[in-house]
Design a protein around this ligand. Structure first.
Ligand code: ZN
Length: 401
């Protein structure tokens, strides 16, 4: 059950609304939380008038948000009591995201169930026009698969690389180095539907903040060690952003002046140039020729190999831990969510943690949680589409009568 259903009863909070709008959202919420509930039970549980419940349920059925099921008191005296359940496929969104060098797209319903999916490999040398063609080519076939009874609300696009919020351009993306100032506004026009555009780590953190209420208290840092390296941070549930939109480009900061490796961004000695998956693949290719660049494949690969003693890996672990400690000393987060394929190897995760703790003040050891996140976590799917679903439901849950 998605958090959206658990909080739907308060969807009108902080907006101008009437008591009956709250009642409608509470009725919808109880149907989501207790599938099979009847009108009679809703009246009892919410302490509302039977006519109000009856009218609101009729509205919800007409809007296709709720569907009627079996008769619960068949053969018994009295009015028939019909079970009610939510129709989560009433509206869907397409979420587009990046994983290693793949563009992935999924159709998700109101509670985040994936109904259809599509993916496409994007070669390193791709140009702006070719990437645009691929983006359209991954979205449009999914649009055609959506059943007529489901309303497409829009596309949630979460992208790695630097997104300028003001110009809505993908400024650059080191995994596709020819990409410069790709207009995502143009993509919206071509696809012809509403689109929300978020940096990948921001969409992932947005999802975590929605799903785990305790993460909305204090500081939460999300750190990603993968094909790229980056972070995002929220204080009391609010994600920090900059005016253009980029934050915490931690992967492109040189931490070690003796490091002379050129990064894909063109600078020398960036953290990504030694510790990212693409850099490790290059450095380890003699010893581990099949070291994968795909994050999901890597997490499966790491289960079977002992990598922690490799000097290249040790240096990478140390660099990651140092960058994490620097972010910690700047932000003092209450928790760090650590998203990485490397966490499947307990020794590697323990080494990162040990080196990290060595580099922060002793008094903070007990106050900072380092929480590993499953490498197959795809929070950006719901994080990038939540706003579209929320807007739809807020409009739908305004009572007509
Ligand atoms: Zn760089």
């Amino acid at each position: 059950m998605s958090r959206i259903c658990e909080e739907i009863g308060k969807i009108h909070k902080n907006t101008r609304h009437r008591v009956k709008d709250d009642e409608k959202s509470q009725i919808y919420q109880i149907i989501c939380l207790e599938p099979g509930i009847t009108r009679k039970t809703i009246v009892k549980k919410l302490n509302l008038r039977p006519t109000s419940v009856s009218n609101m349920v009729s509205e919800l059925i007409n809007q296709n948000l709720v569907i009627e099921g079996e008769v619960k008191n068949e053969g018994k005296a009295g009015r028939p009591e019909i079970s009610l359940s939510a129709n989560y496929n009433v509206s869907v969104c397409i979420a587009v995201y990046v994983l290693s060098k793949y563009l992935k797209a999924v159709v998700v319903n109101l509670i985040g169930d994936v109904l259809f999916e599509n993916e496409i490999y994007v070669p390193e040398e791709i140009t702006n026009d070719e990437l645009m063609t691929r983006l359209v080519g991954i979205i449009n076939p999914l649009k055609n698969q959506i059943p007529a009874a489901s309303k497409l609300l829009g596309v949630g696009l979460s992208f790695t690389g630097s997104i300028n919020r003001i110009s809505q351009k993908l400024m650059n993306e080191v995994r596709w180095s020819n990409i410069q100032r790709l207009s995502l506004k143009d993509l919206r026009d071509i696809v012809g539907c509403e689109m929300t555009i978020l940096p990948s780590l921001e969409a992932q953190l947005a999802h975590l903040l929605l799903e785990v209420p305790s993460y909305r208290k204090g500081g939460t840092l999300l750190y990603h060690w993968g094909y790229g390296i980056g972070a995002s941070y929220a204080k009391n549930g609010h994600i920090i952003t900059s005016t253009p939109g980029y934050v915490m480009e931690i992967g492109h900061i040189p931490f070690d002046s003796s490091n002379t490796i050129r990064c894909k961004c063109g600078r020398i000695g960036c953290l990504e140039a030694t510790a990212s998956i693409w850099a490790l693949q290059q450095q380890l290719k003699d010893q581990y020729p099949d070291f994968p660049e795909d994050e999901n494949e890597l997490s499966r690969y790491l289960i079977n190999i002992k990598l922690a003693d490799s000097p290249i890996m040790k240096y990478a672990v140390e660099s990651i831990a140092n960058s994490l400690a620097i972010l910690h000393e700047i932000l003092f987060p209450d928790r760090i969510i650590f998203l990485s394929s490397f966490t499947v190897n307990p020794r590697l995760f323990a080494d990162v943690k040990e080196k990290f703790l060595e580099n922060i003040s002793l008094s903070m050891h007990k106050n900072t949680e380092l929480i590993p996140l499953s490498p197959e976590f795809r929070g950006e799917v719901f994080g990038s589409t939540y706003g579209l679903f929320h807007k739809f439901l807020r409009e739908q849950l305004i009572a007509a009568n």
